[in-house]
Design a protein around this ligand. Structure first.
Ligand code: GLP
Length: 243
């Protein structure tokens, strides 16, 4: 049975994405209290930043046994001049993983396996699968880098993907100057949907319409044109929004 809990974060209101971050951080703290060696898969983007800031400020989380993964990664190509500081590896280190409190946590990065995403996904399988996956949502409905129109068979497993123009333009608004990526690797939909728990974060009015399209109607089946709609098939999803 599908069980999606929708929460407007306490004290939230338009323009208060911090409330979403605080609530998500509390859930991560609880997860690690309940299971100190949890395998947790983290997202990138602007939405989860307040969660990372809050987590960094929490001094009572014991990260020592945690197994940490990230959802996806850009494939860097010389012709597009993607700098290392735009990779999700850099993002994860900068926003959370390089914090001294996490020194002993196991950190799993895509980059050593950038040409073999299956091997990265196998590390997650070896960890017993994800206890918790935290997601954002793209304005085009993507989760991780599972893009609209994906093939449910090939996207079930970790794979390399050509990014939609809308994703590139959204993620690299100044791409002529900053460089960009047009390909990425992502965990597969199976890895996400086999997580014991999923948290989806959505902040800002601009995410309202796509969230409604993806999860607003439980009478329609999931549709590959809106990847996030597949969350309707998962038994334990918490959606946290500020609207
Ligand atoms: C990226 C990531 C997604 C993320 C999405 C939304 O493309 N691959 O995991 O959820 O963008 O990003 P933002 O939170 O910046 O809107």
């Amino acid at each position: 049975m599908t069980f999606i809990k929708f929460h407007t974060a306490p004290n939230a209101g338009p323009g208060n994405p911090n409330a979403v971050g605080q609530m998500a951080a509390e859930m991560v703290r609880q997860q690690l209290q309940d299971k100190p060696n949890s395998a947790i898969v983290f997202p990138t983007g602007s939405t989860p930043k307040p969660m990372y800031t809050t987590l960094k400020g929490m001094n009572d989380i014991n990260w020592d046994q945690a197994r940490l993964f990230h959802l996806d990664e850009y494939v860097s190509k010389p012709e597009f001049n993607l700098n290392h500081d735009q990779t999700f590896e850099y993002y994860m280190n900068q926003h959370l993983w390089a914090d001294p409190k996490l020194a002993k946590a196991q950190k799993h990065y895509f980059y050593p396996h950038i040409n073999h995403p299956d091997r990265y996904e196998q590390e997650l399988v070896n960890a017993g699968g994800a206890d918790l996956v935290i997601l954002g949502i793209g304005e085009n409905g993507h989760i991780a880098f599972i893009e609209p129109g994906f093939n449910p068979k090939t996207a079930a497993k970790a794979h390399r993907v050509y990014l939609e123009d809308s994703t590139i333009n959204n993620n690299f608004p100044d791409k002529a100057n900053t460089g960009y990526a047009d390909e990425a690797v992502t965990l597969g939909l199976d890895s996400i949907l086999s997580a014991k728990k999923i948290i989806l974060l959505a902040t800002g009015e601009k995410k309202k319409a796509i969230l409604e399209k993806a999860l607003g109607d439980f009478n329609t089946p999931p549709n590959p044109s809106i990847p996030a709609s597949f969350l309707k098939t998962h038994p334990n999803v918490t959606v946290i929004t500020d609207f």
